[in-house]
Design a protein around this ligand. Structure first.
Ligand code: PLP
Length: 643
């Protein structure tokens, strides 16, 4: 591979053309190139990073491509429109964006703006989300869908939206909510728009499967549905019921799940219609998956269907059920979050050190005091060949075990044991090299390869920026964003800067399976090495916790613009959390902290432990740090920034 390494080889190794979906590829300079609208307009990521650095941003940083976000919104709306036209479907698509998937104001605003021609709305699952949605929602044709459990204040605010002329639909998640909605509506004096979440028998698969099925947390049973229908009729409001909703979970890997759920929900819709409710909307929830590994399979990190297949299957199945029930076609609502926002952001981190296990290729020699095992393992090393590699490995393993037993019994010294182990690992490395590129690599050699791989230390926190990887084992495409015209000769895993041993990435996407290591370049002293985590825009961006108090990362918002020489510009930079800020979230007051340290410094001056000039400098550093970025700041790899 090393001999005929070129850009196509890099594209194939990292599989970027598959998971990149036309948005990401590698240019002939060996850098990642972003095509935010899948058109020729391209951004060289290294130029962008240079510009972001000029504007004062340091790593880790999130790059957001606003045009890419717009492209996703348009693509999804067009896919449903095309599917409906093809099927002669007699109603419209009215999608909504679930704010919980990325609550950043700039993201939600861009989506609402790009969705305006399609009357694309918003989904809110909590009071804060509803309050945000109410403020930026202007289009009276588009929907605001309220999911999640609701209290009186939630309902009152949704009804305020009704009074303003907005189509706000309150989705009943459990049956008790219906009476409360009806009661509050009377109080406020407005007719509510009500949706009802049905509990389907059809269950999802994948990591989020528990959102569906009979034991799901949300949704009403068939018996409760009938009771709800009766209550609405008794209140004289049968047509306040507007929408039937379901949600089978996120990242549904198999299209079969979606088809079954849609048919079942369409059946509920039709039967409710026949019970005397006009309805009008059928909401198929979220679940449209993203092909994170590019394998196009029903594997957890992938999907075995395309967006167009998804849209066609939904439209066609709803139509078929409604036609057979002789019920008018409903407007179709979907709540795709992941598929809209996942692609638009990249997390860029800097690898600032590598722990190489095979660093010192030293020549070991036996000394007179050594027990015979040292000579024997050296003998194995001398005679090691491609042909006898497995046998040699096993013999060396046995000697290493013997050395351990002898050491335990006090029969072998520290130096002799060290010599045996060093030679053993040299042999192991050689065996791994012998097996590299072979079609069949024995399991034990694969394990050795992981043990021998490097650890690249990266300036970020898995708990802040990659929560689903840590908590759920979700895979994301990760790769170097430059030097891709050089052969990546090392195999490594990634570790973060938190002091938690879970703060690592050691599972990587692969077409067939999951890889334990990632192909990486050797770090060059004094040079930066950057890695990109891709398809990060859904959930990760916003969900991070405050583990080790690292907090939000810096970010840059990028727009295409033909008038710019480069074809793009950074519209906005947002600084990540300052140390004082994250401390205050856990009740530490930064002024109080500074005061307490100052008191100690003053005492140290009084007792002559510190000179006043020195003391003031230390105190100034402390105060400056409180205002500074939580992550490490470097100039090159390993050298601290002076700023
Ligand atoms: C989380 C959620 C969504 C978004 O799901 P995606 O799979 O990200 O599209 C939609 N609807 C409801 C009710 C949700 O809870």
């Amino acid at each position: 591979m090393k001999q005929n390494w070129d850009i196509p080889a890099a594209i194939s190794l990292y599989n970027i053309d598959r998971w990149g979906s036309g948005y990401f590829t590698i240019n002939d300079r060996g850098n990642i190139q972003v095509n935010p609208t899948r058109a020729p307009a391209a951004i060289d990521i290294m130029e962008l990073i240079e510009e972001a650095k000029q504007q004062g941003l340091t790593f880790p940083m999130v790059l957001r491509f606003q045009d890419l976000l717009r492209d996703r919104v348009e693509t999804i709306n067009k896919a449903f429109a095309a599917a409906m036209q093809e099927a002669n479907y007699r109603n419209e698509y009215r999608g909504v964006f679930p704010i919980k998937v990325n609550q950043l104001r700039e993201v939600v605003e861009e989506i609402v703006d790009a969705g305006a021609p399609y009357h694309f709305g918003i989904e809110a699952g909590s009071k804060p989300e509803l309050l945000a949605a109410m403020a930026i929602h202007r289009d009276h044709e588009s929907l605001i869908i309220c999911n999640g459990y609701k209290d009186k204040l939630f309902i009152e605010n949704a009804l305020l939206g009704r009074k303003l002329g907005k189509k706000v639909i309150l989705v009943v998640e459990k049956i008790e909510e219906l009476a409360e909605i009806l009661r509050v509506s009377k109080e406020v004096g407005v007719e509510p728009m009500i949706g009802i979440r049905v509990r389907l028998a059809a269950k999802g698969a994948g990591k989020w499967a528990t959102s569906g099925g009979e034991n799901a947390k949300f949704g009403v049973s068939t018996a409760e549905l009938v009771a709800a229908s009766e209550l609405l009729k008794k209140e004289g409001l049968p047509n306040a019921l507007k929408l039937v909703h379901f949600h089978v979970g996120s990242q549904v890997p198999d299209i079969g799940t979606i088809k079954r759920a849609v048919r079942e929900a369409a059946r509920f819709y039709s039967k409710l219609h026949k019970l005397g409710h006009e309805l009008g909307y059928l909401d198929v929830g979220g679940g449209l998956g993203v092909d994170y590994d590019g394998s196009r399979t029903a594997f957890d990190s992938s999907t075995n269907y395309s967006l167009h297949e998804y849209a066609r299957d939904i439209v066609w199945n709803i139509m078929e059920v409604c036609d057979s029930e002789k019920v008018p076609h409903p407007a179709i609502v979907s709540e795709s979050g992941r598929a809209i926002v996942a692609h638009h952001s990249i997390l860029v981190v800097e690898a600032f050190g590598a722990i190489e296990k095979d660093k010192a290729p030293i020549q070991i020699e036996a000394v007179a005091e050594d027990p015979k095992q040292v000579g024997e393992v050296l003998e194995i090393q001398r005679n090691l060949t491609q042909q006898n590699r497995m046998e040699s490995l096993h013999d060396a393993q046995q000697l290493k075990e013997q050395a351990q037993s002898m050491f335990d019994l006090g029969l072998m010294g520290l130096e002799s044991k060290a010599r045996i182990e060093t030679v053993y690992w040299q042999i192991a490395k050689k065996v791994v090299d012998f097996c590299a590129g072979m079609k069949y690599v024995p399991e034990e050699v694969k394990d050795l390869e992981v043990t021998l791989s490097d650890q690249y230390v990266c300036n970020f926190s898995v708990f802040q920026s990659l929560l689903d990887h840590w908590a759920l084992g979700q895979l994301f495409p990760v790769m170097p964003i430059h030097r891709l015209n050089e052969f990546p000769e090392r195999q490594g895993t990634l570790v973060d800067i938190t002091c938690d041993s879970d703060g690592k990435v050691s599972k990587f996407i692969d077409l067939q399976d999951v890889k334990d290591t990632l192909s990486l370049h050797k770090l060059k002293p004094g040079e930066h090495y950057y890695l990109g985590f891709f398809l990060m825009g859904a959930y990760q961006d916003i969900m991070g916790d405050l583990h080790n108090l690292f907090g939000r990362v810096n970010e840059a918002h990028v727009f295409l613009d033909e008038d710019e020489e480069s074809g793009w510009y950074i519209e906005e930079t947002i600084e990540g959390s300052a140390i004082g800020e994250v401390l205050s979230m856990t009740q530490w007051d930064k002024n109080e902290l500074a005061r307490q340290v100052k008191a100690q410094v003053d005492a140290a001056i009084k007792s002559d432990r510190l000179k006043p000039s020195e003391a003031m400098k230390l105190l100034a550093n402390y105060e400056r740090a409180l205002k500074g970025y939580t992550y490490l700041q470097f100039n090159g790899n390993g050298t601290s920034a002076t700023k």
